[in-house]
Design a protein around this ligand. Structure first.
Ligand SMILES: [Zn+2]
Ligand SMILES: [Zn+2]
Length: 69
């Protein structure tokens, strides 16, 4: 019988902690406004959001022993 701690040593996939599973994070250049210095933000093309770099936009991340891999 496995001890409870063994569960944490296994890898699992769950909602990405950085984007809360949405796959989109707020643009850090325009802070979600879509504009920067009164011009369309070039970092997000005016969307105000961008693909989450941690999960690649999937909204899911795989963790192993509490670390994202
Ligand atoms: Zn932006
Ligand atoms: Zn993410």
């Amino acid at each position: 019988m496995k001890k409870k701690e063994d569960f944490y040593e296994e890898s699992w996939t769950g909602p990405c902690a950085d984007c809360n599973g949405t796959g989109i994070v707020e643009c850090d250049v325009c802070e979600g406004e879509g504009e920067y210095n009164s011009e369309v933000c070039t970092a997000c093309n005016g969307d105000g959001g961008k693909k989450c770099p941690d999960c690649g936009g999937s909204g899911k991340a795989t963790y192993h022993m509490g670390q994202k891999i």
